[in-house]
Design a binder for this molecule. Structure first.
Ligand SMILES: [Fe+2]
Ligand SMILES: [Fe+2]
Length: 305
């Protein structure tokens, strides 16, 4: 199992009065001050493309309620975990996911000001999360979380590996996705480890991953179609085709996600088999180092570790 380096020399060292539990295992709650408004989140914030911008918005609409379900599903089993390291990782996971949920709510609210029905989509997704919660057993809910966390880890690994993916995005939105990607990559194994510790079966693990991945991708596609239908610009086939090719075409940026997702079906799979240590070290420095992109938006007194 790979361990992540936390020794980067120029990471800002802020005084921390009371160290959050998650910080002891490198998963501190980081309250980054984002400035989401109609100006910092332009109508077409991604390459001036309606297709690419709505692709991101559709995903973002699923995050606030989705991440709250992830938190609840892990909390169900917190008392059954005795390993102090995993307990601290759970605390870190809960703190960071809750902050992601809040940040995406604020981002969605800014996008709504341009006429996109993000709040309506958030409510629809909230209902579908309630349905999932009621339909499945506590263990299956956790398997759902572990499966979707794998999908998230695959997407965020691709985002952090290829800077050209986000380079044409408006700065504040790009920073949101870089911050979120860094943190998801760091704790990608937490829900999986809790699931294994409580004796979750292979069958439920893979079935709930299939349910979660199909549900997430299907919901995102439907949401994107709804958002595109609201687009005030005239229909632009060229934008749609080039946006789709950029993401999923023959040289699409997200095409490698499909074989990476299949790794999850190996009985001896573990999320840390995808080595992301170097990526984490690079991006922690780039975002929170002394000259970091997010350092000015990161109030002193918090731990970056
Ligand atoms: Fe998250
Ligand atoms: Fe997550």
């Amino acid at each position: 199992m790979n361990k992540t380096s936390t020794t980067s020399s120029s990471i800002a060292q802020y005084p921390v009065s009371k160290q959050p539990v998650g910080a002891s295992v490198g998963i501190p709650p980081r309250r980054v001050k984002f400035d989401f408004s109609k100006d910092t989140v332009p109508h077409y914030f991604f390459a001036n493309s309606a297709f690419k911008s709505t692709f991101i918005l559709a995903m973002s609409a699923t995050f606030p309620e989705g991440e709250l379900l992830f938190v609840k599903s892990v909390k169900q089993f917190r008392d059954r975990i005795s390993d102090p390291k995993l307990k601290a990782e759970i605390a870190g996971f809960i703190g960071q996911e809750a902050l992601h949920s809040q940040a995406h709510l604020a981002f969605d609210t800014a996008a709504e000001q341009h006429g996109f029905s993000l709040k309506k989509l958030e409510r629809i997704h909230g209902d579908s999360m309630k349905f999932t919660w009621k339909l499945f057993s506590p263990k299956a809910r956790l398997a759902f979380t572990a499966g979707v966390e794998h999908l998230t880890a695959v997407l965020t690994e691709l985002l952090l590996s290829d800077e050209s993916i986000l380079e044409s995005m408006s700065p504040e939105v790009r920073h949101l996705f870089l911050w979120h990607s860094l943190e998801e990559t760091k704790y990608k194994a937490v829900a999986y480890d809790v699931y294994q510790t409580i004796g979750g079966s292979y069958r439920t693990r893979v079935l709930m991953m299939v349910y979660g991945v199909i549900g997430f991708l299907g919901t995102s596609a439907i949401f994107q179609a709804r958002l595109l239908a609201e687009d005030p610009r005239p229909f632009n086939l060229r934008d749609y085709v080039s946006g789709f090719n950029f993401l999923f075409g023959r040289k699409g940026k997200f095409l490698p996600m499909f074989p990476m997702l299949l790794d999850y079906f190996r009985p001896n799979f573990h999320p840390n088999q995808h080595n992301t240590d170097a990526l984490l070290a690079k991006w922690r420095e780039d975002l929170f180092g002394l000259e970091g992109l997010l350092t000015p938006q990161f109030p002193q007194g918090q731990s970056v570790h």
